[in-house]
Design a protein around this ligand. Structure first.
Ligand SMILES: NC(=O)c1ccc[n+]([C@@H]2O[C@H](COP(=O)([O-])OP(=O)(O)OC[C@H]3O[C@@H](n4cnc5c(N)ncnc54)[C@H](O)[C@@H]3O)[C@@H](O)[C@H]2O)c1
Ligand SMILES: O=C(O)[C@H](O)COP(=O)(O)O
Length: 387
């Protein structure tokens, strides 16, 4: 039996992927083979020696200590794109809420209750809630990954001018982007031209406080900043100062904090970007399938600390080696196997940065001794045998 531990509520459709004959769910810390998680913070968590993988049912992995996981030979997965449409739709709500004051207008109507002169007051006072249209305004999109592309393309459909910035855009992403999205050479260029700026980059040490006082100063007077990516991308004190100085008109964010609560111009949403039935199901199913293929076949799809490594099963046993990306590892692994007179049926090796992963299919199930010897090698972080 393999033990799966869920550290957040995971959609039933995802849990149903695990066959009951070979998997069980556990709440016991340290007993798990794999963890399924959404936003629970694992950064200070101790992991049991048996933990082989963590799957984040979602996009952002800043709640997972990925570097520490790699050192322990733990593969960290996420589910790219699985909740992108849900976020896109909430960004649209954010754009509409910041161009048309529907939220305060609804609050005002509710405050009137069922007053007899309701219809009359509506017509007398509705001019307090006049807004502007999105059509013709410029949207700046920072980060053109799964979400940024959908947001940029939607804004084109809304007849907005769209300018996008992503120095690391993938070829796949570039193909999906509408040709009407203008390409910005720098973050500054986006900030200077946009009426609305929306951020869709991961939170990393490099992107922390991406938008701080000097970036806010570049924004057009009266512009609106939308942040559905992570709170730490925007320096809150700076944004509050920019709002107080009327440099920007609004800050719409999915990441509330005590400092932002109740401040003029701030719209707080309780981290609902991915909270649709469809997105929760998509993420849970994708995360579960990634874990199952890794646990049962050693295949890796959508890990953040290793590249995709997928090989059809052959032979009688598979050795799965998570190791450092240093010279001679392949020769060491294959040499050890051939020294035992064992034939290698198939082998696949890929690396990403400091780490690499090697799958070896062999023609005998008797490879535990080889695995034990390989585990002695300090550059090898984990060896699994799958028969
Ligand atoms: N509010 C929510 O519920 C919610 C849901 C999903 C994702 N998110 C957040 O949104 C982020 C983006 O999600 P995604 O699915 O689009 O991820 P993604 O990996 O598909 O796209 C991220 C893009 O950001 C780009 N990028 C990285 N650093 C950059 C920089 N300095 N400047 C410009 N571009 C940069 C990358 O090249 C990539 O194209 C996630 O990391 C997560 O933090 C939030
Ligand atoms: O990075 C993500 O996918 C989102 O922030 C969603 O987080 P959640 O799964 O906790 O809703």
């Amino acid at each position: 039996m393999l033990n799966i531990r869920c550290l957040n509520k995971i959609a039933e459709a995802g849990l149903a992927q695990f066959p009951q004959a070979s998997y069980q769910f556990t709440e016991q810390a340290g007993a798990e083979d794999a963890i399924l998680v959404r936003s629970a913070d694992l950064k200070e968590m101790d992991f049991g020696a048996g933990l082989k993988a963590i799957a984040r049912a979602g996009a952002g992995t800043n709640n997972i200590p990925t570097a520490r996981c790699s050192e322990a030979g733990i593969v960290v997965f996420n589910t790219p794109g699985a909740n992108a449409n849900a976020v896109k739709e909430l960004v649209l709500a954010g754009l509409l809420m910041s161009s048309r004051p529907v939220v305060p207008a609804i609050a005002w109507i509710e405050s009137l209750g069922s007053a007899a002169d309701l219809a009359q007051r509506v017509e007398q006072e509705k001019s307090r809630f006049v807004g502007t249209e999105l059509k013709g305004k410029t949207l700046g999109v920072i980060g053109l990954g799964a979400i940024g592309i959908l947001v940029a393309n939607l804004a084109v459909e809304l007849d907005m001018q769209v300018v996008g910035y992503d120095p690391y855009i993938s070829v796949d992403a570039a193909w999906k982007l509408s040709r009407q999205v203008r390409h910005a050479e720098s973050l500054e260029a986006v900030l200077k031209t946009a009426d609305y700026v929306t951020i869709h980059v991961p939170l990393t040490p490099q992107t922390k406080n991406l938008i701080a006082a000097s970036q806010l100063k570049l924004m057009k007077t009266g512009a609106v900043l939308l942040n559905f990516a992570r709170g730490g991308l925007v320096q809150e004190d700076a944004v509050l100062a920019a709002l107080a100085a009327r440099q920007i008109r609004g800050y719409v964010t999915d990441f509330p904090s005590p400092a932002l609560a109740g401040k003029r111009g701030v719209t707080l949403i309780p981290h609902l970007g991915a909270s649709t039935e469809e997105a929760e199901e998509n993420c849970a199913v994708m995360a579960a399938q990634e874990l199952i293929d890794y646990l049962e076949n050693g295949n890796i799809r959508n890990a953040v600390n290793l590249p995709d490594v997928v090989m059809e099963r052959s032979g009688q046993a598979r050795l799965c080696c998570f190791h450092r990306n240093v010279p001679n590892m392949l020769a060491h692994i294959s040499g050890m196997i051939s020294k035992q007179g064992i034939n290698i049926e198939n082998l696949l090796n890929r690396s990403q940065g400091e780490f690499a992963y090697t799958l070896v299919d062999v023609d005998t199930p008797a490879v535990e001794e080889i695995a034990a010897t390989l585990r002695q090698q300090p550059e090898i972080l984990r060896v699994r045998v799958i028969v």
